[in-house]
Design a protein around this ligand. Structure first.
Ligand code: ASN
Length: 382
C-alpha cells in the first residue's frame, strides 16, 4: 500500500544516478503534536525544573537591574508567561532556588537525578538557572547524560522579574516552545537566551550585564522569533564530548543513606606575571587536581612549571584568553634525568571552569593519567 503521507522526490533528473529523499507531507509541525489512533491530539510532555537565578529574582524597584535577590518559585515564573496549553503539557518541580553562585555538587546531582528521571517519561525538559554558572551546569549535564532524542533546554535571564522589560518571561516561554518542538529532538543540551539557541556544551557567558550575555564561537544553533523555532543546522551533538556513566558507589558517598557522592576537589588558579610557585605548592596540598588559567596558549613562569612538574596530581593547563586553545606542543616537559611523571595535561579549547568539571568527572571515575589525557585529547588537548 503506498503511503500518501510520504512524498518521494527525485533530486536528479538522470535516473541512473538519482537520489531519493523522503519528505513528510506534514511540514508545518512546529510543535511536536501527534495524533493517536483515535484522532486525539497528543501534546508533548515537558518537565520544567526551577533552580533560581536572576530569572527568579526581584529587585528594589523597576529601574533596578542589580542588587536583587531570588524570590520567585517556578510556579510563579510560569504564571508570568503566555498561555502554553495549546503547545504542550507541563509538569514542574522546584529543585532548589538560589543564585547560581550557590550551585554546588549537591545541586548538580539534584539536577542530574531530576533530568535522568524525567527522561523516562518526557518529550522535553526545561531548566531555569542563573546565568553566571549556567555553562558549568550545561557542560556537566551534557557530559554525564545521554538524553537520546529528548532536548534539555536551559534558560535564564539578565534582568530581574521586577525590572522594566524583564527578559525572563519571554526567555522561559521560548525555552518551553523549543523543548516542545520536534525540530529540537536529538540536539542534547541547549541554551535559550535572548532569542538565540546555543549548544550547552560550548556556551560561555561573555558579558556580565547585557541581555546578549552568551557568546558561542562555534556559532548559534538557531533562533526563536515570533513563535517560530529556526535551526541553522540539522540535529547534532558536540563531537568532542566525552560521556561519563557516573557510577555512584556507596564508598563515594560520605553519607551512605543519602547516596550523595563527594566529587574530588579540583581548584582553579589564575596565571599572571610573577605568579608565585609557593602558591601552587600550597593549593596543590588541598586538592586532587588543579586547573591553571595560563597566559596565552600555556605560558607560565619557568619556576612555576618546575614546581608543577614535581607534583603528583594532574594539572590542566587551560587559558585566560576566551578564544583559542592550549595545545599539547606547548606543555613543559620534565628535565632530562628527572623522575617526575608527565602530570601536565593541555585543556585544548576548554576554558578553566569546564576543564575543572571534566577533571572532576575523570577523577570521580578513577581514570588513570593516560585516560585523563585521552579525554582532554578529544577537546584537542591531552
Ligand atoms: N543573570 C543571572 O542569572 C545572574 C545571577 N547572579 C545568577 O547567576 O544567578
Amino acid at each position: 500500500m503506498p503511503n500518501d503521507d510520504i512524498e518521494i522526490k527525485t533530486i536528479c533528473a538522470d535516473l541512473e544516478s538519482s537520489k531519493f529523499c523522503l519528505l513528510s507531507s506534514n511540514h508545518d509541525d512546529e510543535q511536536a503534536l501527534s495524533e493517536d489512533s483515535g484522532g486525539i491530539i497528543k501534546l508533548p510532555k515537558i518537565k520544567i525544573f526551577g533552580t533560581g537565578g536572576t530569572i527568579a529574582s526581584k529587585g528594589a524597584s523597576s529601574s533596578h537591574t542589580a542588587g536583587y535577590h531570588v524570590d520567585l518559585t517556578i510556579q510563579q515564573l510560569l504564571e508570568s508567561i503566555p498561555d502554553i496549553s495549546g503547545i504542550c503539557e507541563i509538569d514542574y518541580e522546584q529543585l532548589c532556588n538560589v543564585d547560581s553562585k550557590e550551585i554546588d555538587e549537591r545541586s548538580l546531582l539534584k539536577i542530574y537525578t531530576g533530568v535522568s528521571t524525567a527522561l523516562q517519561t518526557c518529550d522535553g525538559i526545561v531548566i531555569t538557572h542563573g546565568t553566571d554558572t549556567l555553562s558549568e551546569t550545561t557542560f556537566f549535564i551534557e557530559s554525564s547524560i545521554d538524553s537520546g532524542d529528548v532536548p534539555i533546554v536551559f534558560v535564564g535571564s539578565m534582568r530581574p522579574s521586577t525590572s522594566v522589560s524583564a527578559d525572563g518571561p519571554m526567555n522561559l516561554y521560548q525555552a518551553i516552545c523549543i523543548a516542545a518542538s520536534k525540530q529540537s529532538r536529538g540536539r542534547g543540551v541547549l541554551v535559550s537566551l535572548n532569542d538565540q539557541i546555543s549548544a550547552g556544551y560550548y556556551i560561555t557567558k561573555t558579558n556580565a550585564n547585557s541581555l546578549d550575555s552568551f557568546n558561542v564561537r562555534q556559532g548559534y544553533l538557531g533562533n526563536f522569533f515570533n513563535n517560530e523555532v529556526h535551526y541553522y543546522w540539522p540535529p547534532a551533538k558536540p563531537e568532542v564530548c566525552h560521556k561519563f556513566k557516573l557510577r555512584i558507589l556507596p564508598n563515594d558517598c560520605p553519607d551512605a543513606t543519602s547516596m550523595q557522592p563527594r566529587f574530588p576537589t579540583v581548584h582553579i588558579l589564575y596565571g599572571h606575571q610573577s605568579l608565585s610557585p609557593e602558591l601552587i605548592k600550597l593549593v596543590a596540598q588541598q586538592c586532587a587536581g588543579l586547573v591553571i588559567a595560563t597566559m596565552g596558549a600555556g605560558s607560565l613562569p619557568s619556576a612555576v612549571n618546575d614546581v608543577i612538574l614535581e607534583l603528583s596530581i594532574p594539572v590542566i593547563y587551560s587559558k585566560r584568553s576566551m578564544d583559542g586553545m592550549v595545545p599539547k606542543a606547548n606543555l613543559p616537559r620534565p628535565h632530562t634525568g628527572s623522575n617526575s611523571k608527565p602530570n601536565i595535561i593541555a585543556s585544548g579549547f576548554l576554558n578553566p571552569e569546564k576543564s575543572r568539571i571534566l577533571l572532576q568527572l575523570c577523577l570521580f571515575e578513577r581514570f588513570a593519567l593516560s585516560e585523563i589525557k585521552n579525554v582532554f585529547g578529544r577537546a584537542y588537548g591531552g
